[in-house]
Design a protein around this ligand. Sequence first.
Ligand code: ZN
Length: 110
Amino acid sequence: MGVKTYKRAGADIYRTPRWKALRALAKRRDGYRCVQCGAAGDLEVDHIKPVRTHRELAFDLSNLQTLCVPCHSRKTRVEIGLAEIDPRRQAWRDLVNELTPKGGTQCSTV
Ligand SMILES: [Zn+2]
């Protein structure tokens, strides 16, 4: 309490055979796909409520979700207080969304 630490919370949890078994269960439940984007590549199992703040849920299957590495690192960045996305990149995305016709083809060769 008080001291902020960026040391990975729950490192002791991730080493246990119990966690490894639970992680396999979570991936199977989620169909071996990222629950956010559907990617089936590099998958990690994430604590929906972080172990750092909800240690009692560390081994609760309902608190686990399968995420791909990019989705997981984005979530972790948000959790440790970094901006989810650079404001300039967000502005760019908004612009692209504005300019992209809804339901139209993206690469018209007219
Ligand atoms: Zn993903």
